[in-house]
Write a protein that binds this ligand. Structure first.
Ligand SMILES: NC(=O)C1=CN([C@@H]2O[C@H](COP(=O)(O)OP(=O)(O)OC[C@H]3O[C@@H](n4cnc5c(N)ncnc54)[C@H](OP(=O)(O)O)[C@@H]3O)[C@@H](O)[C@H]2O)C=CC1
Ligand SMILES: O=C(O)[C@@H]1CCC=N1
Length: 285
């Protein structure tokens, strides 16, 4: 990607911030990034002060200046938001969407032009360069557009290219994934308090336990069940603990959670279609 590429974010929330934080630490100068949102002026001031990026309240102007436009609003706001920028979008531009559930075909239809769209599903660990991102190519996107998107997301973590229908599952798995881990940590912190450990000591131990386990998975390449068995002495403490997790059907709960999140991604896409195109017969997938 050329150093002078201008990237405009439509939306300045958690995901935009995570990406901007990672991107400005690596390949991009803050001046290459323009951030817009709906109306939260304080948020734009924060983004400008924190990352040095340019901010713009005139969305059309921000879009016209861009080589790459990143859609980073909630799916429920997408119809109104994309309609408001559509007249400013040119067919030379690359549109990257991080919207959960919303297909490239829906975005092309909302813009109403044969524009290159790459759909991406990063996660908030982008903020520290540790996102697990999957991307897919829209109908009018060329390989060069995919390469541009890949380069962009590689500044904030690892990137894999998947067929678009897989992106719902990716969203349920790794898009939402950090929240499942944080939820586990919340529970471990509550448990530590109940069993009488000092909060600061417990926090330190929990954090290193998570980091250590993640790095064991990465560096040893052993199957998680093998690593689990290495911790579990017959008749010991781990076995006793895991028996309780089994009684509460821990694995079943996690599997159901990821399936439900995947299904919700599909629903979000359909909700946007039915709210945007209920009066048309536009061919959408
Ligand atoms: N959070 C996450 O972990 C992940 C999120 N995503 C996706 O990223 C997208 C954004 O999520 P997230 O950052 O969490 O959401 P936030 O609610 O944090 O941010 C949404 C942003 O969109 C802006 N916005 C709303 N309407 C418009 C509009 N009409 N024009 C321009 N901007 C608008 C809001 O501006 P204002 O404040 O002014 O209303 C706000 O800056 C979603 O589609 C989500 O599916 C994908 C992967 C992970
Ligand atoms: O919760 C959501 O809908 C978004 C998509 C993936 C993570 N956050």
């Amino acid at each position: 990607m050329k150093q002078e590429t201008i990237i405009t974010f439509i939306g300045a929330g958690s995901m935009a911030e995570a990406l901007i934080s990672g991107m400005t630490k690596t390949l991009y100068r803050p001046e290459q990034i323009i951030v817009t949102n709906r109306c939260n002026q304080k948020r734009l001031e924060y983004m400008q002060k924190t990352y040095g990026v340019r901010t713009e309240t005139n969305k059309e102007k921000a879009v016209k200046e861009a080589d790459v436009v990143i859609l980073a609003m909630k799916p429920k706001d997408a119809a109104e938001s994309i309609a408001s920028i559509a007249p400013a979008v040119g067919e030379h531009q690359l549109i990257i969407s991080v919207l959960a559930g919303v297909t490239t075909e829906t975005i092309v239809s909302l813009i109403g032009k044969n524009v290159a769209v790459v759909r991406a599903m990063p996660n908030t660990s982008a903020a520290i360069g540790q996102s697990a991102t999957a991307i897919s190519q829209g109908r009018f996107a060329a390989e060069t557009h995919v390469a541009t998107a890949k380069t962009l997301f590689e500044t904030v973590g690892i990137v894999t290219v998947v067929p678009e229908h897989d992106l719902h599952a990716v969203t349920g798995l790794s898009g939402s994934g950090p929240a499942y881990v944080y939820y586990l940590v919340e529970a471990m912190e509550k448990a530590a308090e109940e069993i009488g450990l000092d909060r600061t000591v417990a926090k330190k131990l929990i954090l290193q336990t998570i980091i250590g386990a993640a790095q064991m998975l990465q560096t040893t390449n052993k199957h998680p069940s093998v690593l689990r068995k290495e911790v579990t002495s017959p008749g010991g403490t781990t076995e006793a603990g895991i028996q309780v997790l089994e009684r509460y059907r821990y694995q079943e709960a996690v599997i159901a959670c990821i399936k439900r999140a995947t299904e919700r991604s599909e629903e979000l896409g359909k909700e946007l279609i039915s709210s945007s195109f209920s009066h048309t017969t536009a061919p959408l997938r």
